[in-house]
Design a protein around this ligand. Structure first.
Ligand code: M6R
Length: 613
């Protein structure tokens, strides 16, 4: 869960690397470092804290060189400190390595290397890679230093185990960077007279949009403007760069104070983009013929965090439209429970990044059972999309803020599209029901455009409540997951205590935590459960809660009679309503965090993609 960037070209690599690291900060931000090859010597600068700290330190030393590597860290092995920051070196100081992932057998390797006389300077697993390459270089024979390095890295790859992506630079091979990908993200950018190695595309997107996605076990040799990809067996492979349509603006804040706010406002477009797949490629999404679809007996949904909440909403859709029983599991739980697997099952993994280790682990288990697997994912070329049989790309553009917003609403939208198409294909949904469901879906982006106008109302409300020490969110049916998501969002960015419950459950225990003035958010659109939500409002208000009712047109008057404040959300059909209902809660989290002075895009202790178990 770190960010890697490498540059090799004709210009000074330092500004490219520092800038790339800033774009990768969402992957980890407890320390950062760079190594530059300057006149045959490696110059390394490292600093604890964000990339801005590294930038200050680098300015003082002002290294210059056309080949370099950089890293932003999210600690796994060893505390955040300068010694543990990457890049890490071998004993000679001639080899540097930046790494993302975990080397599982590093303790054993470390002991072996120490017994061979290697001196370790950090507590990290990464450092063993540098020393192993150094050790292997002593034993490999080749005509040139470049070939020797290649062979030593290949030997190293056979000796280390785990999920990793890393970049290597050797002082004796100027103008060459080596990248290795094995179950952690690594992409290559091919520019004119320059090449880039990175954990994610935005790191170099402003310099080139020509991208090579490496497969698992592959290596890349990067030179100025020229890249050679070697497959698992070490054989050079012909690959064409993919042109990425995201432009620099898309990957940046677009004038908003934070990525989170920008991404909330991106949602009308994001839904539009997600549905483009549904419009053009509906029947092909699953890659199953009608007979196979009709034979499906159950669906397992697997995801983490916000994506899990999208999965919870998806369960209602699949059961309603396709009539298939659905289970929804946290990926970290699915992997370790007994899963009955005798019947025809579709396993759906939902993930924005496609790099979440828990989700990948769980879907691999589903694959072992022979389940058909589908990813609902946002990131092209990510690990999950390679593991699954098929992918429904949400195409909602890069999500940089650690707190997920547009990916969530796109995931729900994708689940709805999938469920109605499945219902149509397996005969559970009549043509007229399908048409109605589809029509509402195609109106969703417009309704979202109206919903984001609620920012001002929510912002104003937060002035009254932002100092509260706990917040409660209640909903029922499809809005129950939205209560969970509202609470998660608030916790993540504002560090306040927040809990989401099924509204019918509060009387079974949680109501005891309500005190005078506790803000309680009621998700109560005018649907079949509206009356029950009115009762829940009264129960909370009777205990002194400050009740905010989130409702839809027509229900305002009734809501006003039981709430301290009413927020009116545009209306869609009952099942799609959660996509809109979550928006004021996203603004709520944003504005409370902003008023409290929190680090909104990079909340403490978190990272955007959790690539370790
Ligand atoms: O990339 P993924 O969707 O697989 O990530 C899953 C969770 O880590 C993620 O949703 C996390 O909960 C977010 N920070 C929520 O805002």
């Amino acid at each position: 869960m770190c960010g890697i960037i490498g540059y090799v070209g004709k210009r000074n690599s330092v500004p490219y690397i520092i800038d790339g690291l800033k774009k990768l900060e969402y992957r980890g931000y407890d320390s950062a470092g760079i190594s530059i090859l300057q006149e045959g010597k490696l110059v390394t600068v490292r600093a604890v804290g964000k990339v801005a700290e590294l930038e200050k330190a680098a300015l003082q030393l002002s290294p210059k060189g056309t080949t370099g590597l950089g890293h932003t860290r999210w600690a796994t092995h060893g505390k955040p400190s300068e010694e543990n920051s990457h890049p890490h070196t071998d004993c000679s100081g001639e080899i540097v390595v930046v790494h993302n992932g975990i080397i599982e057998n590093y303790l054993m390797l470390r002991e072996q290397l120490i017994s061979l006389g290697h001196l370790f300077k950090s507590e990290t697993d990464t450092e063993v890679i540098a020393h192993l390459i150094e050790e292997n270089l002593k034993h490999v024979r080749a005509a040139s230093d470049e070939d020797r390095l290649l062979k030593a890295v290949q030997k190293t790859n056979k000796e280390i185990s785990g999920a990793f992506a890393y970049g290597v630079m050797w002082a004796r091979t100027p103008g060459l960077l080596v990248g290795v990908k094995n179950q952690s993200p690594l992409v290559v950018g091919v520019g004119k007279d320059e090449s880039f190695l990175a954990s994610d595309v935005p790191a170099f997107l402003q310099h080139t949009n020509r991208v090579l996605f490496l497969e698992e076990g592959e290596m890349a040799l990067l030179r100025a403007g020229k890249v050679t990809v070697l497959d698992k067996t070490g054989t050079p492979k012909k690959v064409r760069p993919v042109k990425i349509s995201w432009d620099r603006q898309t990957a940046e804040k677009g004038g908003y104070a934070h990525f989170m706010l920008k991404e909330i406002y991106d949602q009308p477009q994001a839904i539009e983009d997600t549905l483009r797949t549904a419009r053009t490629d509906f029947g092909k999404i699953l890659g199953m013929d009608t007979a196979a679809l009709r034979a499906l007996r159950q669906v397992h949904i697997i995801a983490c965090g916000t994506a899990y909440h999208a999965g919870l909403v998806g369960k209602y859709y699949l059961e309603q439209f396709a009539g298939i029983p659905v289970t929804v599991d946290l990926a970290s739980e699915y992997k370790y429970r007994t899963v009955p697997h005798k019947v025809k099952t579709l396993a759906i993994a939902i993930s924005q990044s496609g790099e979440t280790a828990d989700t990948i682990g769980a879907i691999n288990k589903a694959k072992e059972f022979g389940f058909h697997t589908l990813a609902i994912c946002n990131v092209l070329g990510s690990t999950l999309t390679r593991v699954c049989d098929r992918t429904f790309f949400t195409h909602c553009g890069p999500e940089i803020s650690v707190a997920s917003t547009k990916a969530f609403t796109s995931q729900i939208t994708a689940m709805y599209a999938l469920a109605v198409s499945l219902g149509k294909a397996n005969g559970n949904l009549s043509k007229s029901a399908f048409d109605a469901a589809y029509r509402d879906l195609m109106q969703l982006s417009k309704a979202m455009g109206e919903t984001v106008k609620l920012e001002y109302t929510v912002r104003h409300l937060t002035r009254k409540i932002y100092k509260a020490d706990k917040f409660i969110f209640l909903g029922r049916h499809v809005n129950f997951p939205i209560a969970l998501e509202g609470a998660l969002k608030l916790k993540e960015v504002s560090y306040r205590s927040a809990e989401g419950f099924a509204a019918g459950e509060i009387k079974h225990g949680p109501i005891s935590i309500i005190e005078k003035g506790t803000p309680v958010f009621m998700l109560m659109p005018q649907d079949g459960l509206f009356e029950k939500m009115l009762s829940a409002c009264q129960e909370c208000r009777a205990r002194g809660a400050f009740v905010v009712a989130l409702t839809t047109p027509g229900a305002e008057k009734a809501a006003k009679s039981v709430a301290d404040q009413v927020i009116q959300i545009p209306q869609t059909n009952d099942l799609l309503q959660p996509v809109l209902n979550v928006v004021p809660l996203q603004f709520l989290a944003y504005w409370i965090a902003k008023r409290l002075g929190c680090d909104i895009d990079q909340p403490r202790n978190l990272a955007k993609s959790v690539t370790v178990e």
